[in-house]
Design a binder for this molecule. Sequence first.
Ligand code: FDP
Length: 285
Amino acid sequence: MSGTDPVEDVVGTIARSAIEIRQGLVGRRGEADEENPTGDRQAEADVWADELLAERLTAIDGVAEYASEERSEIVDGGDERLHVAVDPLDGSSNLKSNNTMGTVFGIYDEPLPAPGTSLVASGWILYGPITTMAYARDGTVTKYELTGGERAVVEEDVTLPEDPFVYGFGGRVPEWTDDFTAFAREIESDPSNKLRYGGAMIGDVNQVLTYGGIFAYPALEGSPRGKLRLQFEGNPIAYLVETAGGRSSDGDQSILEVEPEDLHDRVPVHVGNAAWIDRLEDALA
Ligand code: FDP
């Protein structure tokens, strides 16, 4: 496929495929007999959505590489400019209980693994009661509703609301560090703040984009790099939240500044309103 704007071709293809992915979840809710490269058990739908996106995205003129959380090797698309990293089904452990999930994408202009500073666009699809997309490019975030092959703009120039009040923190509480626990207790102790945690990063980050607040999957005692993957999850959501006027942090610096060593690197993730991420970094310092 070749249009005049390969970034737009990639995003359009993901948006159209998302409708099919959503429909294709029916009948694919079982477990595959495999683990992904970071050791998570894969659902049948993870493997299927990954194969569908790999085939479609590498067929686009302008796509040099396709990489995904669900496969160890990068798929080579030829000598082109864009390097696409995807989490085909984020939160797929929610499939069994029929709860929220998403598809996350980052479009880099450097070979993978690449730092978040080389992202040219990123976004996510949210499979909620309806299917929506949040998309960051050229310094602006747009929200869409996806129906059939179409995408309809519902909000342009999206920014995080000024008065944050939702929070969602992943990882087992006994495994949080003392400093993170102290920060979480401080946020919880304010009666105007509310817990919003659904177990799928995209659902939880979309709460923050909608109402203002913070989402974190922090460093854990037994897992100092946390759980979430830098290329496929940390960078794309950091890029979008920062474009919407928020901040991201690995505990110390913007996630976008983290230099990757391996395609499947993990990173502690904290994203949200700047004032809360500032407080978090002070608490972890
Ligand atoms: P999942 O394993 O279901 O795909 O990175 C994946 C992710 O879900 C995130 O969407 C979610 O925020 C996190 O893992 C949940 O992890 P825990 O099971 O440790 O709570």
